[in-house]
Write a protein that binds this ligand. Structure first.
Ligand code: SAH
Length: 533
């Protein structure tokens, strides 16, 4: 263990006490102190954890096994936050990050850690949550936990990217990411998590904007036109969708002081749809719009170009109004079922097609999603006779996966647009035994299932990060299904909810991590519970 540089290695209480903070030797670290520390562990947000003189240090960007020099950012009584200054001795698990911006961007907390080690970290994250938060005994967990399913290629896996458009420090129009917690944008069009085509799309948009003096939205003043670029790609179909989020005011010109006269152009007439892509409203929303389109259509796979109107001064990226300006209103993608009992997880030959519009929710890692859903199907243990409820069903992806093996599937989702998408997806795939309900999971389940009501054999839940509502867990227990399959994107809330379900008469049978988000600290978990007879 190393000490703070320039300080005695060991200080006894008598030696320390007369010294006050700021005088060099004291019990608390001062901001900007440089400390040498060996990193022993990784925290849940990916930060390195080490100890100096009983102090716990949380060092952002340090990897377990590193010996580093770190600069104190914030000091508390028993712990301090620090930033990596220099790697003195690299950890054997440290690797060269692919992205030059990984520290500034903050999106990939684990890029400097080898992928094998990332998977161990995630496996441990799930295990620790079950033990510490769920209160399960380590042996109980170890008996039920299966090895995490990693990605074959942990880069370029995201099918969706949202880039803010802004200006760099020199005033150039750029696409990239926000620097730290600021609103300055650091230019970077090459995010390694996204599709390769994203770079060409962004370069095309930026070139068009520069040439046509199209204004950039300014959060501080609420002026300017272009806010974000959303890009989605169907990995199976190869189809690409581009949607520019614009601050388009109907009564004004195209926006901004540097309108360059483009604002005087005649705007086409047409109705304003509240709904995405329901009408053929190919009007001009951007100056010299055709030039942008003719650039984008050169990119292989380009299928849909649209604008989303967002005039609100919020952090919410998309507006609710979407207009297709070229091509189709949506792209499609296929999710294949896989045989999870075999090592390579081969396709079974069954597949589903989904329609993805700019506003639809869709899992961001389609390859791992296939494995996750196939595992959900395996855990559900269906024979064809069951009634299954899929709570928090989104656009019905899991529900439709289960429908082929169940008697009846009922999906519940609070966003009505997603339910409409789910019904459309059922029809598209010729599925007739799936119904979808708009509403809160707890309310719909209570209304339909319970004593003297519909029998429920299996319940699948896939809640947002905050987990299931208490009322939802209570409704699940009242419905008394044989099995519960819990899909979770946050091991902490999963563990909390499993405890409630196990106290209510269920037992954990299997738990497995599926890495949907390589390079980040996030992990998806799937768990199967059965009713104790
Ligand atoms: N299972 C889907 C979506 C999971 S995301 C998939 O794999 O694609 C979680 C979903 O839960 C979101 O679509 C969100 O809108 C929905 N949701 C959030 N709170 C809810 C509630 N109380 N009742 C029902 N759905 C809810």
């Amino acid at each position: 263990m190393c000490g703070r540089s320039g300080m005695p290695e060991k200080e006894d209480e008598a030696f320390r006490r007369p010294w006050k903070a700021g005088m060099g030797v004291n019990m608390e670290f001062q901001k900007n102190d440089i400390v040498t520390v060996t990193i022993e562990d990784i925290g849940s947000e990916g930060e390195g954890i080490g100890k100096v003189d009983g102090f716990t240090l949380f060092v952002k960007d340090a990897v377990a096994g590193d010996q580093v020099e770190a600069r104190i950012v914030k000091s508390k009584k028993n712990y301090a936050y620090a930033r990596l200054e220099k790697v003195v001795m690299p950890s054997p698990f440290r690797i060269e990050p692919r992205c030059a911006y990984h520290r500034q961007c903050g999106g990939c907390q684990l890029q400097a850690l080898s992928y094998d080690r990332q998977l161990i970290f995630k496996q441990e994250k799930i295990r620790n949550s079950l033990i510490r938060i769920g209160g399960f005994a380590p042996e109980y967990v170890d008996k039920r936990m299966e090895p995490i399913i990693g990605m074959e290629e942990p880069f370029r896996y995201r099918n969706k990217a949202q880039y803010p458009i802004g200006r760099d420090r020199d005033g150039n129009v750029v696409a990239g990411f926000y620097a730290g917690r600021t609103h300055d944008i650091i230019a970077n069009t090459r995010c390694w998590l996204g599709a390769e085509e994203n770079e060409a799309v962004l370069n095309c948009v930026l070139e068009y904007m520069r040439k046509n003096h199209v204004s950039v939205y300014d959060e501080a003043t609420g002026a300017g036109l272009v806010r974000h670029v959303l890009i989605r790609k169907g990995f199976a179909s190869g189809e690409i969708m581009v949607c520019l989020v614009i601050n388009f005011k109907r009564d004004k010109s195209f926006g901004g002081e540097e309108d360059g006269g483009a604002g005087r152009q005649e705007r086409g007439k047409g109705g304003w749809s509240r709904r995405s892509g329901r009408q053929n409203d190919r009007q001009d929303f951007l100056p010299n719009q055709e030039e942008l389109i003719s650039g984008l259509v050169q990119i292989k796979g380009m299928t849909s170009v649209s604008v989303s109107i967002n005039t609100q001064r919020t952090n919410v990226i998309m507006g609710d109004e979407v207009h297709t300006i070229w091509g189709r209103d949506a792209i499609s993608d296929t999710i294949h079922m896989r045989d999870m009992k075999q090592a390579e997880h081969p396709y079974t030959g069954e597949e589903l097609v989904f329609r993805i519009s700019p506003l639809s929710f869709y899992q961001v890692n389609p390859i791992q999603t296939e494995k996750l859903y196939s595992l959900a199907l395996e855990y559900a243990g269906l024979t064809g006779r069951e009634t299954v409820w899929d709570l928090y069903c989104g656009i019905g992806t899991i529900s439709l996966f289960l429908a082929g093996r169940a008697k009846r599937v009922c999906g519940v989702e609070v966003v009505s647009q997603a339910v409409e998408d789910a019904r459309g997806n059922a029809e598209r795939n010729g599925i007739r035994n799936a119904e979808f309900f708009v509403g809160k999971a707890e309310e719909v389940l209570t209304r339909h299932c319970g004593a003297g009501q519909d029998r429920v054999d299996v319940i699948v839940v896939d809640p947002p990060r905050k987990g299931c509502d208490e009322a939802c867990l209570a409704a699940m227990l009242r419905a008394q299904p044989e099995r519960i399959v819990y899909v979770s994107c946050d091991p902490a809330t999963l563990a909390r909810d499993l405890k409630v379900l196990c106290d209510g008469g269920y037992e954990v049978e299997r738990v497995r991590g599926v890495d949907q988000f390589g390079m980040t600290v996030h992990v998806e978990t799937i768990c199967c519970l059965s009713r104790i007879k």
